[in-house]
Design a protein around this ligand. Structure first.
Ligand code: B12
Length: 254
């Protein structure tokens, strides 16, 4: 018989056992100090769709801007879930439930934002084929719409042909693409080439977890941006006739 202490093996493979705090306690340490925001964050963390709307309503009633709540609360909640998932403290079903609560929250904020509907320009947005991660893209469309842009949202897992057809049909000022998986992001290059074949030279703004600036620099129309909240600012520059080189100069990290 080998003299092995089994508790040592369990500790190596069970992250929970390594932490003195429970998962809830770890999460709570990451909640914001503002009670109104913290309540929303908690509701996303718990994946409680009803509570997300209740807490959002309370925050808006207290004077918080619904669009800011996306960044300041809903995304904070989802980031905590992502972090704890990456750390092995939460599991895929927890992430799915939280993402549904987050999506309901985004829809609510969009509905009640009541921001201007002047149309500054049309944008086509999509998530690459094979990829269903659409929360970032949903946030992006809310930011663009609340800044006066019409968004043709093609959804997620969108084949290249559909993207090209939509661009030819709607003639947007820019195209945005989201990819969260290293396996799916390569289709951005194909979209870039198909746009050029059709003589369409619009900025193709790409982002999402898997995407990097170095990768996006490989294709002619590509503009990289880490944060969805920056995309309306890019659009504002496009309608001021900034070209792709100027946009890269302004928005890329040098
Ligand atoms: C939520 C989530 C899911 C949910 C998706 C729900 C949904 N409707 O989106 C579910 C549970 C369904 C899921 C499934 C899977 N997932 Co998942 N998922 C995540 C998780 C935990 C969080 C992603 C998220 O929504 N974050 C919150 C949003 C707000 O962030 P975001 O999308 O990154 O968007 C921000 C920026 O990237 C940016 N942005 C986004 N889009 C754009 C676009 C533009 C133009 C710009 C400028 C900016 C921008 O702005 C946003 C904020 O400002 C990540 C882990 C992580 N840490 O990211 C894994 C992760 C993305 N998933 C992963 C994997 C592997 C999968 C699965 C294959 C798991 C499986 N074994 O089945 C499947 C894939 C199914 C498929 N075919 O797509 C991997 C991808 C690994 C890789 N690099 O390739 C990750 C990184 C987890 C990991 N560490 O392994 N997932």
């Amino acid at each position: 018989m080998l003299d092995i202490d089994p508790t040592g093996i369990l500790i190596r493979y069970n992250v929970k056992l390594e932490s003195e705090l429970s998962t809830d306690e770890v999460a709570r340490e990451l909640f914001p100090s503002d009670v109104l925001l913290s309540n929303i964050v908690e509701a996303v963390f718990e994946g409680d769709e009803d509570e997300v709307i209740i807490t959002l309503k309370e925050a808006v009633k207290a004077g918080k801007d619904p669009i800011s709540l996306i960044d300041d609360a809903l995304m904070v909640g989802m980031d905590i879930v992502s972090q704890l998932y990456d750390d092995g403290l939460l599991f895929l079903p927890d992430v799915i439930i939280a993402s549904h609560a987050m999506t309901d929250g985004i829809e609510y904020c969009k509905e009640i934002s009541g921001k201007t509907h002047e149309c500054k320009g049309t944008v086509v947005s999509y998530v690459v084929e094979g990829d269903i991660h659409d929360i970032g893209k949903k946030i992006l469309t809310v930011f663009l719409r609340s800044n006066g842009y019409d968004v043709i949202d093609l959804g997620s897992d969108v084949p290249i042909d559909e993207v090209i057809i939509a661009v030819l049909k709607h003639r947007p000022i820019m195209l945005t693409g989201t990819s969260l998986m290293t396996t799916t992001m390569y289709s951005f290059m194909e979209v870039n080439n198909r746009l050029l074949e059709n003589d369409i030279r619009i900025p193709f703004v790409c982002g999402g977890g898997a995407v990097t600036q170095d990768f996006v620099m490989n294709y002619e129309l590509g503009i990289y941006c880490e944060d969805a909240a920056m995309v309306p600012k890019i659009a504002d520059m496009i309608i001021k006739n900034k070209n792709i080189d100027e946009l890269r100069e302004q928005f890329h990290v040098h």
